[in-house]
Design a protein around this ligand. Sequence first.
Ligand SMILES: NC(=O)c1ccc[n+]([C@@H]2O[C@H](COP(=O)([O-])OP(=O)(O)OC[C@H]3O[C@@H](n4cnc5c(N)ncnc54)[C@H](O)[C@@H]3O)[C@@H](O)[C@H]2O)c1
Length: 284
Amino acid sequence: MSDSLSTLQGGVAVITGSGSGIGAALAHRAAAAGMKVVLADIAVERIEQVAADIQAAGGTALAVPTDVSAAESLDALADAAWDTFGGVTLLVNNAGIETLGFAWELSTETWDRALGVNINGVVHGVRAFAPRMIAAGRPAFIANTSSVGGLGIMPVQTPYIMAKHAVLAFSECLRMEMDLKKAPISVSVILPGPVRTRIFEDSQGSADPVSQYHQQVMEDMLAANGISSEQAAERILPQIAAGDFWVSTDKEMTRQYAAARAQTLLDLQPPALAPELAASLLKV
Ligand SMILES: NC(=O)c1ccc[n+]([C@@H]2O[C@H](COP(=O)([O-])OP(=O)(O)OC[C@H]3O[C@@H](n4cnc5c(N)ncnc54)[C@H](O)[C@@H]3O)[C@@H](O)[C@H]2O)c1
């Protein structure tokens, strides 16, 4: 076990969106590192299965049906974690959904769900857990999942991209607020690159041809270039435990996205489609 992971041993991890993909793999990895794991997801059967698998491997897991877009659901999750295990060492606000479509064509319900899960879910998680984590006075960790997309821009994924920018800015402010309070809570932001999960198959959005085409391009890209969820978790967890703010699945890719964004801002360039994207999307 890496040195940083040994700091998590014996602790309690709460992971939202842990019924699938990166969240499920983080739950397994945390359990293997000796943590008790609280699994939170709207997909109840999936977290029950992940809990059963962790228990079958000798770990301890509790599945708590949770809708991160509802504040009271996160409060109930925090109550369940403290009632069952008496504390929380690590909160990963990982639940997220993809949304495809032109900004003005998406319904208010679709917008509400996209921002409710991807932004409010993170805010509600911090609001429900941070006070008790701070009051406990012990070293603890909060990690919020953004994306390399939080450093970039992409049309027809507008609700997702704006949410991931928001999660990044929220996490930066939160880290400083913990410093201001001298709280022993390390805040991280996770910026995954492509990971092979169901996120695009499960995406919500409109049926216009450009969005449908883009969804297929993204699904193909994850299949071709994505790492597995297990590889992602293997890279993510030690960085959180080491107290890193920027947590990557691929540091070089994160730097490239950051450099491209910084250059755009330095040059005050207007938004423009990358040539390869323009060539494909404008064909549709
Ligand atoms: N897969 C990638 O390439 C990639 C890249 C960058 C960032 N991310 C981010 O990583 C995180 C995990 O994504 P993933 O790829 O593992 O996706 P995934 O679809 O495999 O898993 C997401 C989980 O979140 C759950 N969820 C959805 N709405 C919820 C709600 N309201 N309340 C509770 N749970 C809810 C889903 O049921 C699902 O189990 C997301 O925040 C995503 O944006 C993923």
